[in-house]
Ligand binder design. Sequence first.
Ligand code: T4K
Length: 412
Amino acid sequence: MSSATQERDSLKQAVGDLAIFGGTPAFKNPLHVGQPNIGNHKKFAERVNDILERRWLTNGGYYVNEFEERIADIAGVAHCVAMCNATIGLEIAIRALELKGEVIIPSFTFIATAHALQWQGITPIFCDIDRQSHCLDPEQVEQLITPRTTGIIGVHLWGRPCEIDSLTEIAARRGLKLLFDSAHALACSYKERPIGSFGDAEVFSFHATKFLNAMEGGAVVTNDADLAQKFRLMRNFGFSSYDQTDSIGVNGKLNEVSAAMGLTNLESIGEFIAINHRHHKQYGHELAGLAGISLLQYDEGERSNYQYVVLEIDEATSGVSRDQLMQILHAEKVLARRYFYPGCHQMEPYRTLYANAPWSLPHTESAAERVLTLPTGEAVTSETISGVCEVIRMVLDNATEVRKLLEERVRG
Ligand code: T4K
């Protein structure tokens, strides 16, 4: 990513300089949240060349095997089964764990967590989050267990771990399977132990927007050898040898080019973490003291990948809503995102399918109304972050005037 694509175009000295009110946008080109972290281009190209020379493109290739070993090491786990993406990884893990009936998951997550269940005819039971951690509230998990419940899927949202000990204790006591959607949490830790070896299995994502990307990719990791074998069979149509299937299966295989990308990027993860950490601190520093805005923090006593810069906007204090701030940033070409709005339970098909479900999700709904994620990662410069923060400061320092002008615009 050349810094030219993020070139600053204007400084904001007055409210009238905001692009939404006719000023020049702060950036010449769209500034995306989720631009990929990419390691050494030359190394990647060399690996792609090796793949072509070897003529081995997929189906348990050389780089996939190496990638699995490296991920297992990082996750501190015995078995890693690479997948074509985390959604298929979740679906396979759910089937291999023989989940059925009802499974408790947070509503405040990417829709794939819910879809992986519903796709297989299993009812996702949407549980509220803890307001601080944005992860499953174990107390409510316990209340939602019924005779039909077979499992719990915790999500380490933003790479910050769930309350793993409480969930493990509940699952053991109530005889439930415990799976973690760890799509965001590679290279993160809980009580100093790497995310990956908790519950029955964990699932990572290596999508382009993730901390470590393989363009598309995922992995299911576990310490259970029998379960790992089930994952491997299900990933490859259930084939145990030529002409012999042992179970139902799908095609969940990772290809060699994706594995080459993953391996190349793995060589730079120390650098990616350092960059993300630095960016997170810069946002914290430049947005400090603004009323009504808080930056979600990572526990400095744990390992984190700092891949998400998450703001929470409290409209009553800040004077502008999250959606107003997002609209203003988009006009400046800063494409901030309100992940995971509006919460899975308010998205189709769940809103209609479970319209009468008695779920109480106030913390999910409050977080979904307030969260805004900002650009970070290897492709973003500190100058860019200053430009984003300058816009936010301009808005918050002049919230009354900004709000009035926005309302006038709406009235036309
Ligand atoms: N569980 C959780 C908790 C997850 O967050 C996810 C995925 C999954 C499970 C499933 O994992 P996978 O099956 O995907 O492995 C993105 C990703 O598509 C999705 O992987 C991710 N979570 C989710 C949080 O974010 P969108 O709707 O934001 O995608 P999109 O295309 O709008 O891209 C995001 C931003 O990144 C855009 O502003 C553009 C930019 N971008 C994107 C791509 C693909 C780039 O600059 N370059 C690129 O190559 O869903």
